[in-house]
Design a binder for this molecule. Structure first.
Ligand code: PHE
Length: 332
């Protein structure tokens, strides 16, 4: 009997590992565990045995039943897992197919240049400041030591807004008004750069855009000299363009700085390229913001970000930046 049971268990186990669907499983379940199965019929015969034999045989039958039940359960969970895997496979969506087809964009090259500039100046200890794009005459001109009669006012080719008194409200023609707003709101020492959009009546050509971007720098502290200005510009030029690019200052004139300079950077062929204006903040400008020029000094600088991008990427025409031709933009 023991041998019979062992054979039955072995057969059940082999056949159960081979089942491929639930119907087969059900059939095997009743064949090996049902009323007509070996374990059931042997159990019925137990009554005819003497107590000692009955104990041994009973245990062998129960053991076999348990092993067959385990094999059935194992086969069932295998079938379940297979069915689930099949369902997952059928319901699978390949999302990467979608991803490959969608093109990833990137920042416009002017934004990239602006971000890098911010990084370089923040690395040098500057904070980022901002101001409005529509300004009053006070911020765009007067506080910057450019009174109404001043000839420099004309050179800014200002775009006025039809609001209030004539020529009172305008699109800012440079980022220098942010100097005034910062000094009004903040006690020195001040170390800020202010990137932003600026506007002039220029007609677009290869080197001009009527709407362009500048970045303004302003430092107000004790004992600041022209040497600090030159050193700051030099450090920035090295950090932004790389080690072998040099900078130089050339005397110039701005109403809001005294002395004033234009700053150039060296090109690989040895020639110089003008980048922007700078100088020591004019005492009148400090006074206009309630800062005592005997206690505090400072320097300011400003230059075009679009021009910088043109230089850095050696573009032929600044208008490429605003044509929105993706074939062009995609290259950067
Ligand atoms: N605001 C000047 C311009 O747009 C540049 C400048 C800024 C010059 C700061 C000196 C100091 O031309």
């Amino acid at each position: 009997m023991i041998e019979q049971l062992q054979n039955a268990v072995a057969e059940a186990e082999t056949r159960l590992t081979a089942v491929t669907d639930l119907d087969q499983l059900k059939a095997l379940d009743s064949e090996f565990l049902g009323k007509k199965s070996l374990v059931s019929s042997l159990k019925k015969q137990l009554g005819g045995l003497d107590p000692e034999e009955r104990k041994v045989a009973g245990r062998a039958i129960n053991d076999s039943r348990r092993r067959i039940e385990e094999a059935v359960a194992e086969a069932r969970s295998r079938l379940d897992a297979e069915a689930l895997a099949k369902r997952y496979e059928a319901e699978r969506l390949d999302l990467t197919e979608q991803l490959h087809r969608i093109e990833r964009g990137h920042y416009h090259l002017v934004t990239q240049a602006r971000d890098r500039l911010e990084d370089v100046f923040v690395g040098m200890g500057f904070h980022i400041a901002e101001g409005p794009e529509v300004e009053s005459a006070w911020y765009n001109f007067e506080a910057l030591n450019i009174p109404e009669w001043h000839p420099a006012r004309g050179s800014f080719d200002t775009i006025f807004v039809d609001l209030g008194e004539p020529e009172e409200v305008m699109l800012r023609s440079h980022t220098s008004p942010v100097q005034i707003r910062t000094m009004e709101n903040q006690e020195p020492p001040i170390y800020i750069v202010a990137p932003g959009r600026t506007f002039r009546t220029d007609t677009a050509d290869a080197t001009h855009l009527p709407a362009f971007n500048q970045i303004e720098g302003l430092v107000i502290d004790r004992g600041i000299t022209m040497g600090d200005l030159a050193g700051t510009i030099d450090s920035f030029v090295h950090a932004f363009f790389g080690g072998d690019v040099k900078s130089r200052l050339r005397p110039s004139y701005f109403p809001f700085t005294e002395p004033s300079a234009e700053f150039d950077i060296s090109r690989p062929d040895g020639s110089w390229l003008e980048l922007g204006g700078c100088g020591m903040v004019h005492p009148n400008v400090l006074r206009n913001c309630g800062i005592d020029p005997d206690e505090w000094q400072g320097f300011a600088f400003g230059f075009g970000i679009d021009r910088l991008a043109v230089m850095r990427y050696q573009l032929d025409d600044i208008r490429e930046l605003v044509n929105n031709d993706v074939r062009f933009l995609r290259q950067f």
